[in-house]
Design a protein around this ligand. Structure first.
Ligand SMILES: [Zn+2]
Length: 375
């Protein structure tokens, strides 16, 4: 998942916005202002429609937030820790540090969001019933939109394709009745992908027959869903395969180190050419002080390799680029991906005890995947 913009914290949960949110927000406000509201409450000015579109899109954001918080609040109460939710315009992705290991827990978490959307739809329906449509056409129209959009959120999320809530419900029921979570996940995400393709195809057909806006939305949501189904399935596999494994269990213990006082030309000749690793821990007086990577070497002109010392161009150690043997492999992999680094030194009490590479993690994954029949 790409990062987003951190907004605020509610109930101990960090709320972030995905970057795509802004684009879709503008598109959505625009299509409300030029399509939905002029059709449903004619006779108002263009400026008023724009205002209604903007306010309604913001309120949609609040409704989506309440939907997502219901999932997260339930999850936290059932013992799964959720620290961050990233919101897209029609939904969010909660960062589960751990997958539920009980089908009933999964079912309760999955149903909490749609229940909240249902309650919101009823709430706005009651509010609308109290508003005089003749006197207050604008609040009346906005309340009506919120009834519709919450029903849409409810119905859309209950489509039985993973990672939508309905897909999670299907997965939980399948899992509960067969005990096979792997197969349950695979089936649910295949249905999710199938539905995404259906949306994309019907979207293009709609565009062909002239319904441009409706078709475009269908394609956009289909693409989003397709990526979500693909991505969350892969993530789930990675999480479940690597769950509980610590850096200590998979790191390479015999580490080739470079002395900080060597020249770069010696480092290249004796280490990079010899061992074919992309980086080496650097040791000074028996203590690990940094990492020397091919990129560090490349940043120096070749005719200066003779006169440059390893310790002068290496990457110094920070809390970010060092692992402890007790760190989880999932955490290490997340850091590797976000920092674009392939190898981390493993240090305990200032002493180098091993090195962990992406390749080490992939090997473990492959091995476990074969044993568990994931692939
Ligand atoms: Zn949901």
């Amino acid at each position: 998942m790409a990062g987003g913009i951190k907004l605020f914290r509610i109930l101990g949960i960090q709320i972030s916005l995905d970057y795509t949110w802004f684009i879709v927000f503008v598109l959505f406000a625009w299509s409300l202002a030029y399509g939905y509201f002029p059709f449903h409450s004619p006779g108002l000015g263009a400026g008023m429609y724009l205002l209604m579109g903007t306010i309604s899109s913001l309120l949609l954001f609040v409704c989506v937030l309440i939907h997502e918080l219901s999932h997260s609040y339930t999850a936290n109460r059932l013992g799964l820790s959720i620290q961050e939710i990233t919101l897209f315009i029609f939904g969010g992705v909660a960062n589960l540090t751990k997958e539920p290991d009980d089908a009933i827990v999964e079912l309760k978490i999955a149903l909490a969001g749609p229940l909240a959307s249902g309650a919101l739809a009823i709430g706005f329906w009651l509010i609308r019933a109290l508003i005089d449509a003749e006197l207050y056409p604008v609040p009346y129209a906005i309340a009506g939109f919120l009834v519709t959009i919450n029903i849409v959120l409810l119905v859309f999320n209950m489509i039985p394709g993973f990672p939508l809530d309905g897909g999670r419900v299907l997965r939980a029921i399948w899992w509960y009745s067969t005990g096979d979570i792997n197969r349950a996940t695979r089936v649910a995400s295949q249905i999710g992908k199938g539905f995404a393709i259906f949306l994309i195809v019907t979207g293009f057909l709609q565009i062909l027959v002239g319904n441009f806006t409706g078709g475009l939305w269908s394609v956009l949501i289909g693409v989003f869903l397709q990526q979500a189904a693909e991505g969350s399935y892969r993530q789930l596999i990675i999480k479940r395969t690597l769950e509980g494994i610590r850096v200590r269990d998979v790191m390479t213990k015999n580490v080739v180190t470079i002395d900080g006082s060597l020249s770069l030309s010696r480092a290249v000749e004796d280490y990079f050419f010899n061992y074919h690793f992309v980086s080496f821990p650097v040791v000074d007086n028996g203590r690990v002080v940094g990492m020397l990577s091919l990129n560090n070497v490349r940043s120096i002109e070749r005719d200066r390799w003779q006169s440059t010392l390893v310790r002068d161009v290496m990457e110094g150690l920070t809390t970010e680029n060092v692992l402890s043997p007790e760190d989880t492999v999932i955490d290490a992999l997340t850091r590797m991906s976000s920092m674009g680094v392939g190898r981390f030194p493993v240090v305990e009490g200032g002493r180098l005890v091993g090195i962990l590479s992406r390749r080490d993690i992939m090997k473990v994954m492959e091995f476990r995947t074969e044993l568990q029949g994931w692939a």
